[in-house]
Design a protein. Structure first.
Length: 278
């Protein structure tokens, strides 16, 4: 009898432990600890004005502000957010693996990407452009033929140049835009191509002020969406509702001006949810 009592007590303790573990788990691409539930969100770490990890370990930029607002509507405080760096070439994989709950990282909505992930939004409309040195004579896309051009692996900008804009450009692809800006500054490349919002952020940095200019070309329309795991309709709908609220309560406009104002970037009005500008 005594053995049975010990066994029953042990089973009860084990059941309580398992129940506690289940209650403490998180399905939001994060983990739970003493501080409560967490959510993992993918952003860029090297894009000033959009997603930047500051030297003091904090994060800034429009994508960071959008993601923080959305997370708040999903029930998470800023202190419960774990930021995860997601480079352009790894965004789909990060969602498929469950590394993050959602991604807000200048993530252009394309038909090809929609085969692998679902998109909320769009929440911002950018355009592909060129960043060149202040005295550059490059004024149109075809001027890139025969020139050294830098972009980032996995970006739609690199693909667009190769297919339609300047097939004879000598394209160099790096893992991040910071390397491209450094190459442009040193003269190793003649131009950097990506979205004008990203380029404006770099051009506005103190260490680059007065050195570069945007060519002012609208080579494509880039509809930024928030990526979620394919089939996660519940999260998708919640994020869309959050984005609508962000626009209607004035937070979207305020955050755009805060992040892009210093670069004197001429941004587009907030796009309508579900309406892609081709």
């Amino acid at each position: 009898m005594k053995l049975r009592k010990v066994t029953a007590a042990s089973a009860a303790v084990l059941a309580l432990a398992l129940a506690a573990t289940a209650c403490g788990s998180s399905d939001d691409g994060g983990s739970s600890g003493g501080g409560g539930k967490k959510i993992k969100i993918g952003i860029k770490f090297d894009q000033p004005g959009l997603g930047l990890k500051e030297p003091n370990g904090t994060y800034s930029g429009f994508d960071v502000d959008v993601a923080t607002y959305v997370a708040g509507k999903l029930g998470y405080k800023p202190s419960q957010i774990q930021w995860v760096e997601t480079k352009s070439a790894d965004r789909e994989n990060a969602l498929q693996r469950g590394d993050v709950k959602f991604i807000a990282a200048t993530y252009s909505i394309t038909d090809e990407r929609k085969q692998k992930v679902d998109f909320a939004g769009p929440y911002f409309l950018a355009h592909q452009d060129l960043l060149v040195k202040k005295d550059s004579t490059i004024t149109k896309g075809t001027d890139l033929n025969g020139k050294k051009l830098c972009s980032v692996t996995g970006s739609t900008s690199a693909q667009n140049v190769q297919k339609t804009i300047a097939p004879k450009a000598n394209l160099k692809e790096n893992s991040g835009y910071s390397e491209c800006v450094a190459s442009l500054q040193s003269g190793a490349v003649d131009a950097l191509t990506t979205d004008d919002s990203i380029l404006a952020g770099y051009a506005a940095q103190d260490k680059y002020k007065g050195q570069f200019k945007l060519a002012g070309l609208k080579l494509s329309n880039e509809n930024y969406g928030i990526g979620v795991k394919k089939g996660d309709t519940a999260t998708l709908n919640k994020i869309n509702d959050a984005l609508k609220s962000m626009v209607s309560d004035g937070t979207w406009e305020k955050d755009v001006k805060k992040n892009f104002g210093p670069a004197q970037y001429q941004y587009e009005p907030a796009p309508k949810i579900g309406q892609i500008v081709k």
